[in-house]
Ligand binder design. Structure first.
Ligand SMILES: *Cc1c(COP(=O)(O)O)cnc(C)c1O
Length: 355
């Protein structure tokens, strides 16, 4: 039975990417070798790495603007550390919009003073803070573009004279924004770009080299730039699959076309939640609702068993909310087809017809 994958991460990948990757596992580009057993220094893989880095810059419109694309290990969680270690001199400002932002703050505190300039913790992270002061004398301002667990998303980013750093793990390549407003962007691959095991960093070179601390080589962005993401053995397969996804995005017309599809999917689902009195959205501020992770719950928990049975019968996977929030979370990443969202909406309607 075909499954409809609404998992939050690792999340759905395009069918075409899974198919191409399966062939490459058997025989990569007719080399007679599997992608899993070729040298990362081979010309075949060096070309993959170059293509992946190039496409990441091209799709975000950052080509020729002083940025470098890196594929690294350690997930977004290692970036919580590296960002601060490489950029934080005395103090930095953070916007706390959820669990991931809170973790980024905790790690940054190892390197200097962290000013939490805004937080939505007072309302369980169900909105995006908008009115706040950005202090002077900070090394950077950090934000999380999409809050995967809660289902909120920045639609407009703060204007800051200090460099702007953004964790885009769950919405990179999902929409056509001005990526050059950020000086450093990072994203774990496993939400919207590839399998788990690699992390994309897009960094403007001019923000580096400004801190006085000594940085161990592995933790230093400069080293990874110089070594062209081959400081040590990269996650060959994860980078390869990410490259395929980036090619898939490009073939569909780039992030602006992807955004149109994402916007259709999100509107359909939010409309179904808002118009069905059995359900309620977790996010009441409509402008703060995520186009990637749609969080909602049942008005009346007595319908839980019946709804979850219908969901399972429909072949819908990964709809449970994060363990810290409960309810439901439909992750409608780039690769999720419109028909899967339609099926979820039909399933919600079926519940209404039954009660
Ligand atoms: C999943 C997620 C993370 C954590 O990513 P890891 O790659 O597991 O370290 C960080 N930030 C956001 C926004 C996420 O969605």
């Amino acid at each position: 039975m075909k499954k409809h994958n609404f998992s939050a991460g690792p999340g759905i990948l395009p069918r075409e990417v899974i198919e191409q990757a399966s062939v490459a596992v058997q025989n990569y580009n007719n080399t007679g070798l599997s992608i899993l057993e070729i040298s990362h220094r081979s010309k075949e893989f060096v070309a993959v790495m170059e293509q992946a880095r190039q496409l990441a810059l091209e799709l975000t419109g950052l080509e020729g603007k002083g940025y470098r694309a890196l594929f690294m290990h350690g997930g977004a969680s290692l970036q919580f550390v590296m960002v601060a270690q490489n950029l934080l001199e005395r103090k930095a400002a953070y916007i706390n919009t959820g669990t991931w932002a809170s973790k980024a703050i905790q790690e940054a505190r190892f390197f200097g003073e962290v000013l939490e300039v805004a937080s939505s913790k007072d309302q369980d992270f169900t909105y995006i803070p908008k009115e706040f002061e950005i202090p002077t004398g900070i090394s950077y301002l950090h934000c999380t573009s999409n809050n995967t667990i809660y289902g909120t998303q920045f639609k407009k980013f703060p204007e800051s004279s200090a460099p702007l750093v953004c964790d885009m793990s769950s919405d990179i390549f999902s929409r056509d924004i001005d990526y050059s407003q950020f000086d450093l962007i990072y994203a774990g691959a496993q939400k919207n770009m590839g399998p788990a095991g690699t992390t994309l960093v897009l960094v403007k070179e001019s923000v580096l080299g400004k801190v006085s601390r000594a940085i161990p080589n592995y933790m230093n962005y400069r080293q990874h730039i110089e070594k062209e993401s081959m400081f040590n053995t990269p996650s060959v397969f994860a980078v390869y699959c990410s490259m395929l996804t980036l090619e898939w995005i490009k073939a569909r017309g780039g992030v602006s076309e992807i955004e149109k599809e994402n916007s259709k999917k999100a509107s359909l689902l939010y409309k179904a939640i808002d118009s069905n009195n059995l359900f309620v959205s977790n996010i009441t501020n409509i402008e703060d609702r995520s186009m990637m992770n749609v969080t909602f719950r049942l008005q009346d928990d007595s319908h839980k068993e019946m709804f979850e049975k219908l969901v399972a019968q429909a072949g819908i996977n990964g709809l449970n909310g994060h363990r810290s929030v409960g309810g439901y979370r439909a992750s409608i990443y780039n690769a999720l087809p419109f028909e899967s969202v339609q099926l979820l909406v039909d399933t919600m309607q079926q519940l209404k017809n039954k009660v």
